[in-house]
Structures are given as structure tokens and as C-alpha cells.
Design a protein around this ligand. Structure first.
Ligand SMILES: Nc1ncnc2c1ncn2[C@@H]1O[C@H](COP(=O)(O)OP(=O)(O)OP(=O)(O)O)[C@@H](O)[C@H]1O
Ligand SMILES: [Zn+2]
Length: 659
């Protein structure tokens, strides 16, 4: 439907240009003998350049009671023809038609930038059967649980988990990062990313319809429909203003006539004013910038759910961060295991059986610990999770629980035991496991700050963010250690917070300015919704968080967040430039039309030229460096490589069992 009208527009402006050439040849004195071409040429311009616009403007007026700005152009052209200046009117219609085509093309380019993602999907995949045979099937036929084989150089057909094999994956398509990420069994791979060197078996976790790319396309499509406040304003303004211009031009006609010019001259002046005062440039200046910025951001792995989120982000001066999985990489590792009865393996079996039911980063760390020691998780049923406290379930002998001191207190247990003292004094997360009111033991879990977090916070501060705070459900000592690594002051660190505490704190911060909250977990959803801009860690975060957020970061690289903030500010700046320029140009033309006998063709050139210029200015955002990962422009960037610290943590694992 869009496509058809776009082609129609191009053909019509082509015909208008042809008509204009005929009219020029027929009018221009040096080319004699072609005078017969003048009238058919002018007629063609009026028909091809004016009729479609008049038709759609009149039907909008009739059906939706909306006065289309384009109608002003047609009225001016007709008025020009009526006073014996059909040639000027034709110039107006031709330029108008050509510039409308250019605008369509330019905005279409911004839209298509995202649609190009679709083209990255591989058409077919190699599915491995039960018996190990491999068949090529269309990607759309893949079901959750299927195993596909990826050869080196192949694109990942849909989201999945690596079952066997390891190697580097180029994720630039969806995260904008040029640095390959090395992956091993158990890690996620995303649709359309490229497997570089390994042979991988991948278990499908999402069908093509639900995959990362499908989600991106959906988000961007929604974004294009959710209009930004300034966009709504210019539409509103355009309406009121168009009526105003029509009335103003009518008034000008009356006044100029009354001042003693003949009616033809007065009408010509009025038509010039109509063109000069048309707000086309003002109305297009905002969507041109926003659409381009949204597309650039999407290609850099930052998805805005609407132009409004982009505009609000530009005004944000306070950033609140969740800790686990947001500022830290969420790849926590178990550092110590204390079983009070000395039976470590049975203890880990019970704990991992309980944590098998949790999505929390801590739970994943505990499961991994059990796995590398070849410990079978115990059977635990009837599990409920207590957000920010722990998890409760039942095994064959009754109620068991795991979590922090909150859940210990809730169960009427006590951790006043010499064996736990060392853990409590450490700067690590401590999880107690208990049965009824008895504590069975504890594990400590340590998580590291993302390599990109410190530089991202520094970049945000450099970009004018005045307050940065960290909020976590974790213990104070852990929060202080991570916070110190990231250069946060103690009063910027808030620990032991329940989900509702985070919401309250965001509300408090919002009293002195716009607040962005960045989080990933189920426990962050309410704070994400409360903040002026909620930003979720997209690919790695929970679906609940993604749902509640206004912006999703698909990249693991935190500096993309600072880039997104910079892009938002740059967009706001370009919108301001566009509005100042458009209003300025309009004032010059109107003054020229009123007091300096500005000829109609000049008014037309000024008007259409200005409109095309603001569109091109907005289009500059399309190539913003957020979508590239140019090392030269990012001196501080550090990739999130598996850091030595986390392998140090794992070094106490003595007998990793090979699969
Ligand atoms: N599944 C679980 N198993 C054990 N303990 C848990 C579990 N979920 C939460 N907890 C306990 O509750 C604490 C707070 O959890 P919460 O999810 O609110 O914060 P977090 O995700 O650890 O940190 P952040 O708020 O920075 O993301 C954890 O540090 C842990 O002690
Ligand atoms: Zn216009």
C-alpha cells in the first residue's frame, strides 16, 4: 500500500517535470516554433503536480476534517493561474511535487534501514535428526527443541543455546559491536549473527516468529507509530496554522486591494504569501530527525519503543542503575560452599535442585557449580520465589528454602554460627540454605563489574549527566565493592533494596529532574515502569523487564547506553536547529512577500528548498556512530572479554567433569 503510493508519487513528479520542460520550451523566445507546446505542458503540470494532491487533501478534509498543508500549494497555484500567471503556478507545482518525492525517498530510507535486518535472516537451516542425519529445512519450520548444525561462516537461523562446540560469534548485526564474542556450550546465540570458526550444535529456543530480530522489527514498527510529543505538537500546530495562513492570505488580498492595487496584483501577492507562510518545513523537521535517530539506534543495538522515549532521554540528568546483571555481567560464580554437616555434595544437590526453578543470576551460578562437579540436582517441587529474599520449595522430607537474611528471619532460623562469620564479613553475596527453622549451610557468590561499565559511567558524566546512583537488592558490602570499582561514592550506592524501595527511590529522584532507570531483572520491572525512561538489558535480561521498559539495550556493551544518551541529545539539538531554521526562513519569505514584492517563483524556491534542507539535516542522524564501532572514535572502549578475575574465582573447582 505504502509502496504503491510511493511509486505513484514518483511517476507523478516525473510527469510534472516533463510538463514543465514542455512549457519552458513553448514559452522561451529563443526556441521559436514550439509555442504549441506551452499549453499542453502547463496542463500536464497542473494535472500531474496538482490534481493528486488536491484530491487527497480534499478527501482528508471531507472524511477526517483535517486541513492538509499541501492544499495551500494547490490553492496558491490555482490563484496564480487565475491572475494570468499560470507559468509561475506551474513552477510552484513542479518544485512542490519533486520535493515531496525527495522527502518520501529520504524518510523511506530511514524506514528501510531497519527492514534491511529482515534480509539478514537465513532462508534455510541444517536440522539434525534423532539419528544424527542432517537435513536442510526452511528456517520457518524450525520448532523449539530442534537441534541445528552451524558450520563456520553460517548465519544463526534463529535464537538458540549452544549444545556442543565453541567459537567466536560476530554479533555486529544486532548489537552493532564489531568485536566477536566467544561462546561455549550453554550460552545463547542470536538469529542472524554469524558463526565465525567453530562447528556448533545449537538447540532452538525461539521460533523465527518470536526471535530477536522479529522482536526488533516489532519494536521499531511500534516506535514509528508512537509519536513523540513534539511530533504531535507540530501536527497540531500544522492544523491550526494552516487555517491561519488561509485566513491571513485572504486578509492580505483584501488589504492590498484596498490599498489601491488592482485585484490581479492583490491575488498574486496573496498567493505568494500563501506559499511563503506554509509550515511544511516546520512540520517535517521533527519526524525527519526522530525517524533517522530511531533507525540509527536500532542498528546500533538500542531499541527505542517510541520517539517520546528518545526525547525524554535527551532531558534525563539522573541515571539509576541496578547492579546485578546490569552494571555487573551477571556471570556470577560460586566462591565458597559451607555445609554444616560436612556433606558438601548432598548440600549442593539440594540447593541446586531448589535453584533449578529460578531465573536469578545467583541461581544460574549455583546450577553451574553443581554441573561442573557432576552433582545431580535433587527433586524439589511446589516452588515459590520471594523476590529480593529467596526461594522456597519442598522435597521428600518437607519444606526447604534458600536466600538471604530476610528469608532466614522469615523462617525463624538463625545464622549466628561461627562458620558463617567469614562469609558475612566478605564483600560477596551470601545464600543460606535451610530446612524448616534449621540452617543447613551457605554459599558465597561473586560477580564482577562489566568491563564496559566504568567507561560508560564516565561517558555519561562527561555527557552532562549530573547524578548516577546504584540500587541493588544485594548486601551492602558487595554493593560498596562493585560501586568503588566503578567510581561511585558511598552515598550514591543503595543496597538491600526491595523492589518497592527501588520504585520509591526512583520517585524521590524524579522530584529534581528526569530519571532513567537501567535494569534487567524481574525485581526491576516496577522501577523501570516508574522511571521517566526505563532501559532494559534486552538480550540478556528478563522478558518482564523488557516489557516494562521504554528502551532495550541488545548489546552487552554498556558504552552503548552513553551513546544512546548522546544520540538523544544530538537529536534534540538537530530538532531545535531545524525548527529555528524553518521558522527563520518562513519569516524572511513572509516579510519579503509583504513588503518587498517577492516574486512567486522565488517564494516557491525558498519554501521547497527549506523543506528539503530540514529533511536532509535530520537524515544526518542516520549515520550516527552509535551504529558503528569505530575504534578511532571510541578511545575508552573495552570489550567484555572473559576476565581473569572470574577464572580465578573458578579455580577452586578441582575436578571439572568432561561431558
Ligand atoms: N533465587 C534466589 N536464590 C537465592 N537467593 C535469592 C534468590 N533471589 C533473590 N535472592 C536473594 O535476594 C537478594 C536480592 O535479590 P534481588 O533479585 O532483589 O537483587 P539482585 O538481582 O541480586 O541485585 P540487583 O537488585 O542489583 O539486581 C539476593 O542478593 C539474594 O540474596
Ligand atoms: Zn510545502
Amino acid at each position: 500500500m505504502k509502496r504503491v503510493s510511493f511509486d505513484f508519487q514518483t511517476v507523478m513528479s516525473g510527469l510534472a517535470v516533463l510538463g514543465m520542460i514542455l512549457a519552458i520550451v513553448g514559452t522561451w523566445p529563443p526556441v521559436e516554433g514550439f509555442a504549441a507546446l506551452r499549453w499542453p505542458g502547463l496542463a500536464l503540470v497542473y494535472l500531474a503536480g496538482g490534481l493528486p494532491t488536491a484530491w487527497s487533501a480534499l478527501s482528508a478534509l471531507w472524511r477526517e476534517h483535517i486541513l492538509d498543508i499541501d492544499l495551500l500549494m494547490v490553492v496558491a497555484a490555482v490563484a496564480a493561474a487565475a491572475v494570468g500567471a499560470p507559468f509561475e503556478g506551474a513552477v510552484l507545482l513542479t518544485l512542490f511535487s519533486v520535493s515531496t518525492t525527495l522527502e518520501h525517498q529520504a524518510l523511506g530510507r530511514a524506514r528501510r534501514a531497519v527492514e534491511a535486518l529482515m534480509a539478514l535472516r537465513p532462508e534455510t537451516a541444517f536440522r539434525k535428526g534423532e539419528d544424527g542425519t542432517v537435513t536442510e529445512v526452511p528456517t520457518v519450520e524450525l520448532a523449539v527443541g530442534d537441534v541445528v548444525v552451524l558450520r563456520p561462516g553460517a548465519r544463526v537461523p534463529t535464537d538458540g543455546l549452544i549444545l556442543h562446540g565453541r567459537g567466536g560469534i560476530d554479533e555486529a548485526n544486532i548489537t552493532g559491536e564489531s568485536m566477536p564474542v566467544s561462546k561455549e556450550p550453554g550460552q545463547q546465540v542470536f538469529e542472524a549473527t554469524v558463526n565465525l570458526e567453530g562447528v556448533l550444535d545449537v538447540t532452538v529456543t525461539k521460533t523465527v516468529g518470536d526471535s530477536t530480530i522479529a522482536r526488533m522489527i516489532q519494536l521499531v514498527t511500534e516506535a514509528q507509530e508512537a509519536k513523540a510529543p513534539s511530533e504531535r505538537f507540530s501536527a497540531w500546530f500544522g492544523q491550526r496554522y494552516t487555517v491561519g495562513v488561509l485566513l491571513g492570505a485572504g486578509l492580505a488580498f483584501v488589504v492590498i486591494y484596498w490599498l489601491g492595487r488592482d485585484w490581479e496584483q492583490a491575488l498574486y501577492r496573496a498567493a505568494t504569501l500563501l506559499v511563503a507562510a506554509s509550515p511544511c518545513a516546520i512540520v517535517i523537521s521533527v519526524p525527519a530527525a526522530i525517524l533517522s535517530a530511531l533507525s540509527a539506534a536500532a542498528r546500533g543495538g538500542v531499541l527505542f519503543k517510541g520517539g517520546g522515549a528518545l526525547e525524554t532521554l535527551a532531558a534525563v540528568d539522573t541515571f539509576a542503575f541496578d547492579k546485578t546483571g546490569t552494571l555487573t555481567n551477571g556471570r556470577a560464580a560460586v566462591t565458597r560452599v559451607i555445609a554444616l554437616d560436612g556433606e558438601e555434595r548432598r548440600f549442593l544437590s539440594l540447593l541446586s535442585g531448589l535453584e533449578a526453578h529460578s531465573e536469578h543470576h545467583i541461581a544460574a551460578a549455583i546450577r553451574r557449580e553443581a554441573l561442573v562437579h557432576g552433582i545431580e540436582p535433587a527433586e524439589v517441587v511446589d516452588v515459590t520465589s520471594h523476590p529480593s529474599a529467596g526461594i522456597v520449595g519442598h522435597d521428600a522430607s518437607g519444606l526447604i528454602w534458600a536466600g538471604n537474611v530476610h528469608i532466614v528471619a522469615e523462617m525463624g532460623a538463625s545464622v549466628d554460627h561461627a562458620a558463617f562469620q567469614e562469609l558475612a564479613d566478605s564483600a560477596q553475596t551470601v545464600i543460606y540454605l535451610g530446612r524448616g527453622s534449621t540452617v543447613l549451610g551457605a554459599v558465597s557468590v561473586a560477580d564482577e563489574a562489566r568491563a564496559s561499565s566504568a567507561s560508560a559511567l564516565a561517558a555519561l558524566r562527561a555527557g552532562g549527566v549530573s547524578r548516577i546512583v546504584m540500587m541493588t537488592g544485594d548486601r551492602k558490602p558487595v554493593a560498596l565493592r562493585i560501586g568503588a570499582e566503578l567510581g561511585l561514592a558511598p552515598d550514591e550506592i543503595h543496597a538491600e533494596m526491595l523492589p518497592q524501595d527501588k520504585v520509591r527511590k526512583v520517585g524521590e529522584l524524579a522530584r529534581d529532574g528526569k530519571v532513567a532507570f537501567v535494569g534487567d531483572g524481574v525485581n526491576d520491572a516496577a522501577a523501570l515502569a516508574r522511571a521517566d525512561v526505563g532501559i532494559a538489558m534486552g538480550a540478556a535480561g528478563s522478558d518482564v523487564a523488557l516489557q516494562a521498559a521504554d528502551v532495550a539495550l541488545l548489546s552487552e556493551d554498556m558504552t552503548k547506553l552513553a551513546d544512546a544518551h548522546r544520540l538523544a541529545r544530538r537529536t534534540a539539538g538537530i530538532i531545535r536547529q531545524n525548527l529555528v531554521f524553518a521558522i527563520g526562513a518562513m519569516l524572511v519569505l513572509v516579510i519579503g512577500g509583504l513588503f518587498f514584492d517577492l516574486p512567486l517563483p522565488l517564494a516557491v524556491i525558498g519554501h521547497e528548498g527549506g523543506t528539503v534542507l530540514v529533511v536532509l539535516n535530520g537524515l544526518r542522524l542516520l549515520s550516527d556512530r552509535i551504529r558503528t564501532d569505530d575504534e578511532k572514535t571510541r578511545p575508552h572502549r573495552q570489550p567484555d572479554l572473559p576476565d581473569p578475575a572470574s577464572s580465578r574465582l573458578r579455580s577452586r573447582v578441582t575436578s571439572p567433569t568432561a561431558s
